[in-house]
Design a protein around this ligand. Structure first.
Ligand SMILES: C[S@@+](CC[C@H](N)C(=O)[O-])C[C@H]1O[C@@H](n2cnc3c(N)ncnc32)[C@H](O)[C@@H]1O
Length: 417
């Protein structure tokens, strides 16, 4: 294996530090931070770039720490940024998102707010784990399909910890563990079958269900409480992976939207899931929620029953746009894309608040929204996934008074809260 000495200067969206080798070729270095001198083993070589993994840190950056979780040394690939101090993680995420807005989005000088600091251990109330041949659950080894059977997990919510380490799921390939941090409800969704699942003592309350049973019509859900509301979340429905993070996201989206300008203001909650944004921000508004998944739609109808809200089961791209005052859109990793941007812009909403979980798709969507007559005004991050490079960004786009030309109207608009 070739080992090279490198000086890292930046950070890439995938979480690696960026360096250049002797020929000027870009090298993405896993396990390094920007501003370090390291030796690294090359793991992939192409003509235009290479990938490497740190072997030795010769000169560490200020934000480097010893990983708080011992499983990292055992090869667990669950958290790729355990070697970075949490405040530095948030600054690096702000820099990744700023780069994407500038380079792909064409936003001249984006100011990205790194957002609030949330607890960095015991926070995850949803965990998707691979199941090893032994039946034990764990995370995949970095860049491998091999499962590391962990004997502790610092990010798991205490209600899930013992299931991660001591439960067995023989006959399964994957398990999703979920809990309601404030309700105490717990659920294990086992794929494809839970027939041979064995839980540790003291776990009789856990609702265990196989994906085969869901397909046969069984219904299973847990509850969570947040932002003053109680949420029903079915086994297959998307929900944010931590309730404090969901509340921070609601705060960021609520601030970005601003208060309703008039009673009955029209809110579109696109990619609405079980109704998080429509439910928390729908008071005083008339909400239309668009969602593709049947189980999420059923949950959203239940969760928003007390509000003036219509929940429609369809793809955003297939909705016939109706006029709206404000829009919240929270798509999957792939982002909005051209078709959905066309639909959202056709509502002629004065503001579109975009929640993005991938910097590249945020950059692409920002460019599309700018082309569709909206200008970027702000981005705030909510660090839902400490110890990983995953980002969650809440960005605001306001409709330009005249939508003819895609000028650089962002100049002077950056609010940078
Ligand atoms: C990131 S989740 C956000 C859910 C919700 N806003 C929340 O915060 O809990 C994205 C949601 O979009 C739904 N979805 C994905 N593609 C869609 C599409 N093309 N049209 C409508 N919904 C879609 C998924 O089922 C999922 O519930």
């Amino acid at each position: 294996m070739t080992v090279v000495e490198l000086e890292t200067t930046g950070v890439a969206a995938g979480g690696e530090a960026v360096a250049r080798d002797g020929t000027g070729r870009v090298v993405f270095v896993a396990g390094a931070l920007p501003g370090e001198r390291v030796t690294a083993a090359l793991t992939e070589e192409r003509s235009s770039f290479a990938k490497a993994r740190v072997v030795d840190v010769l000169e560490p950056a200020e934000g480097r720490v010893t990983p708080p979780c011992p499983q990292v040394a055992r090869g667990c690939g669950g958290c790729g940024w355990q070697h970075i101090e949490p405040g530095t993680q948030r600054s690096l995420k702000a820099s990744i998102v700023g780069d994407a807005l500038r380079r792909q989005g064409g936003v001249p000088e984006p100011v990205v707010d790194p957002g609030p600091a949330l607890p960095v251990s015991g926070f995850r109330t949803t965990l998707r784990l691979a199941v090893a041949g032994s039946g034990g659950a764990g995370y995949r080894r970095a860049r491998s399909h091999q499962v590391v059977d962990v004997d502790e997990c610092v990010i798991a919510h205490p209600l899930l910890r013992q299931m991660v380490t001591d439960a067995t799921f023989a006959g399964a390939t994957e398990v999703t563990l979920r809990c309601g941090a404030r309700s105490g409800d717990r659920l294990a969704l086992v794929d494809p079958t839970s027939a041979r699942t064995v839980l540790p003592e003291g776990h009789d309350d856990v609702l265990v269900v196989g994906t085969d049973e869901l397909r046969a019509g069984r219904r299973a859900w847990i509850h969570e409480s947040l932002a003053g509301r109680r949420w029903r979340i079915s086994a297959r429905s998307f929900f944010q992976a931590r309730p404090d993070g969901a509340e921070a996201l609601v705060d960021a989206v609520g601030e970005a939207l601003g208060p309703p300008r008039a009673a009955g203001e029209r809110l579109l909650d696109a990619y609405g899931g079980v109704g998080l944004f429509g439910g928390c921000l729908g008071a005083g508004r008339r909400t239309t929620l668009l969602e593709r998944s049947a189980s999420s739609v059923a949950d959203a109808r239940h969760n928003l029953a007390d509000l003036d809200a219509r929940v429609l089961r369809l793809d955003v791209e297939r909705w016939r746009p109706a006029p709206m005052d404000v829009v919240v859109a929270d798509p999957a990793r792939t982002g909005l894309g051209r078709a959905a941007v066309g639909v959202l812009a056709a509502t002629r909403a004065r503001r579109i608040v975009l929640v993005s979980c991938d910097p590249a798709s945020l950059g692409r969507d920002a460019a599309l929204l700018r082309g569709a007559g909206y200008h970027w005004t702000s981005t705030r991050l909510v660090d839902l996934f400490p110890h990983t490079p995953h980002v969650e960004a809440v960005s605001s786009f306001d409709r330009r008074a005249s939508t003819g030309v895609d000028g650089n109207e962002e100049d002077g608009h950056g609010r940078g809260r």
